[in-house]
Design a binder for this molecule. Structure first.
Ligand SMILES: [Zn+2]
Length: 247
């Protein structure tokens, strides 16, 4: 029941799906699940052109009809999702824990990407993620269900309170309601006890991201909006791996 190779093989396909979601969700495109097509000439991809990684390599990143460039972000998503599967495999995760680590990592990658590009953490992802956390507790760790339900409430209430305090002090919004819902989902997966650690780790990751941006020449002032979602998503996933570390 190792299943590690299933996780690694599923990685590129998950990445391909994530890339499509990140591009189509913000436009509320009715074709969220429609066939993929070349964004230059509209050429509908044939099945073999949709095989992740391989098709990109064979086509050298170009459309077979018009020769237009396939967005490099697509390849990046496939590689990132494969890396997300490779980490728990390398740590020795197996079975249900491995499946949860991969699925959680892929959803969090989608959220982090959407927040990075659009400052947007859609309820259509954060709320099901919260419910999935409670369902996983009910199914796998019923003794934890109270701590995790409290975690969901505390995560939402805590971040809303912080945001209100920030607004009173600085007269503008620091964190969005989407961040509070993502922290609520974090509590539903990790329990209320994990929330201070998650917030601390997210703040450190956020500072790291800001530092890298500064080194790359982006001027940062107190008014620069930095999406907190990617940092929170990274901290959430890291602490999930620590909490479920295989014996
Ligand atoms: Zn084309």
């Amino acid at each position: 029941m190792a299943g590690w190779w299933i996780a690694i093989l599923a990685g590129p396909f998950a990445g391909s799906t994530i890339s499509v979601l990140v591009r189509r969700m913000p436009r509320e495109s009715p074709q969220l699940w429609g066939r993929s097509a070349c964004e230059h000439c509209g050429h509908v991809l044939r099945p073999w052109e949709m095989v992740p990684l391989l098709s990109y390599a064979v086509q050298r990143g170009r459309c077979t009809r018009c020769g237009g460039r396939i967005a490099p972000a697509h390849l990046a998503a496939e590689l990132a999702a494969t890396a997300i599967a490779a980490v728990p495999v390398a740590l020795g995760f197996e079975g249900v824990d491995l499946a949860l680590a991969c699925a959680l990592g892929w959803v969090l990658l989608t959220l982090a990407w959407l927040d990075w590009d659009h400052f947007w953490l859609p309820d259509t992802l954060t709320l099901p993620l919260l419910l999935a956390g409670l369902a996983a507790a009910w199914w796998l760790a019923p003794w934890d269900i109270t701590d995790r339900a409290l975690g969901a409430i505390a995560g939402y209430a805590g971040l809303q309170a912080l945001n209100r305090a920030y607004r009173a002090l600085r007269h503008r919004d620091g964190l969005g309601a989407g961040d509070a819902k993502l922290l609520a989902a974090t509590g539903a997966w990790l329990g209320w006890q994990a929330l201070p650690g998650v917030l601390l780790a997210a703040a450190l990751i956020g500072l790291g991201i800001a530092g890298v941006q500064r080194l790359r020449g982006t001027a940062l002032t107190a008014a620069t909006a930095l999406p907190f979602g990617p940092a929170l998503a990274a901290a959430f996933w890291a602490l999930f791996l620590v909490q479920n570390w295989p014996d």
